[in-house]
Write a protein that binds this ligand. Structure first.
Ligand code: MRU
Length: 358
């Protein structure tokens, strides 16, 4: 499989594929300040819940390089300020906060020198990246349990290499199925308004040689009624303690349709995407984005310029519509508060610094 490498750290800067230019241009840009990382996350040049967290981690490395000539107290204060600034880039994907909390703890609890802290920060960023790559592989492996040898699946948004540190979540299951020799047909929702499905997922699947059929979002019901769909596989930006899940706008609609058509509906996410501090989905903050994202396509207005717009970037799928959550540590069928609590407390561990990095 030829998998894209959308985020890497080299020569003291962060390099990312600029996802706003895809599919017409595959270009890498380099980011060398915290502000540039913030902007890249906010503009969706780097996007997808795990990828946002990974990029923010490298943002903290950039912060440490920027302030490394300060006395240790000021150095720590400046980095914590930058961490708090990075927290404001986007509100919904919990991975951003989950990652930034780890750096906050590292800095707050450290009594080491500036060069030692700089090294620890870089090691943590690399470890978080490597950890997500591992989790994607595990997800791909566990997901095979629900994918028959010959399968038609439907997916939404982009959950592949572009959205993570590895082969992806929902798409990771699809890539792994292909590696195992399964025959797959994938329906790809275009995912209005920003077209992550058509611009990114269709691009990734073509790159990997997996047959994909693009549909506009309003065709999903018709496809479910007329084709035998074996599974719907989507990602997650945050999963509350009871299993309610925030994911790209349109996911909730798919779950309702899947229920009506008796099609299994799977949320696919690493355990780092769970937020057990929130009881249910109503407590998940939903990002509202600019009206222009709905009104303008390729630089042209597709509506009267002054039309008012509602543009939530995510919706909440209630847990009772979710057949299972497929995680890196296994599958949680019929997710609810008790099952999630049990599963998480037995299986979750924070990213570990690799032996070679210690
Ligand atoms: O707004 P985006 O493009 O960052 O939204 C991304 C999604 O909703 C993905 O489905 C989710 O982050 C899971 S990515 C593995």
């Amino acid at each position: 499989l030829d998998i894209l490498n959308p985020i890497y750290w080299k020569n003291n800067s962060l390099h990312i594929i600029d996802q706003t230019l895809l599919p017409s241009r595959l270009e890498t840009i380099s980011l060398s300040s915290v502000r540039e990382v913030w902007t890249a996350i906010q503009r969706l040049q780097v996007r997808g819940a795990p990828a946002i967290g990974i990029a923010a981690g490298y943002g903290v490395v950039l912060s440490s390089l920027m302030h490394k000539n300060q006395p240790v107290i000021t150095f720590k204060e400046k980095i914590v300020e930058d961490i708090d600034y990075l927290r404001t880039a986007r509100p919904t994907a919990v991975n951003l906060f989950q990652v930034l909390d780890q750096f906050d703890n590292l800095i707050t609890n450290s009594d080491e020198t500036v060069p030692e802290i700089c090294l620890a920060i870089e090691q943590l960023a690399l470890a978080i990246h490597a950890d997500d790559k591992d989790r994607c592989r595990q997800i791909g492996r566990h997901g095979q349990e629900v994918i028959p040898g010959s399968a038609t699946v439907l997916t939404h948004c982009n959950t592949g290499a572009l959205a993570t540190g590895g082969i992806g979540t929902a798409l990771g299951i699809i890539y792994t199925a292909k590696e195992q020799g399964k025959t797959l047909q994938v329906f790809v929702d275009e995912t209005r308004p920003l077209l992550q499905g058509s611009r990114l997922t269709a691009f990734e699947l073509e790159h990997a040689g997996i047959p994909a059929t693009l549909i506009s979002d309003n065709m999903a019901a018709m496809v479910m009624a007329t084709h035998k769909i074996d599974a719907i596989l989507v990602g997650a930006d945050r999963i509350a303690a009871n299993g309610d899940t925030a994911n790209k706008i349109g996911t909730y609609g798919l779950a309702v349709l899947a229920h009506h058509h008796h099609i299994p509906f799977y949320i696919v996410a690493p355990l780092t995407t769970f937020d057990l501090t929130l009881e249910n989905g109503q407590q998940i903050p939903i990002e509202q984005r600019a009206a222009e994202e709905v009104k303008i396509i390729s630089g042209n207005y597709i509506s009267p310029e002054n039309t008012s717009v509602f543009n939530p970037a995510f919706d909440i799928t209630p847990h009772h519509l979710i057949t299972a959550v497929i995680t890196d540590q296994g599958i949680i069928f019929d997710p609810d508060k008790h099952k999630i609590q049990d599963f998480y407390s037995n299986k979750y561990s924070e990213p570990k610094l690799k032996e070679s990095l210690q």
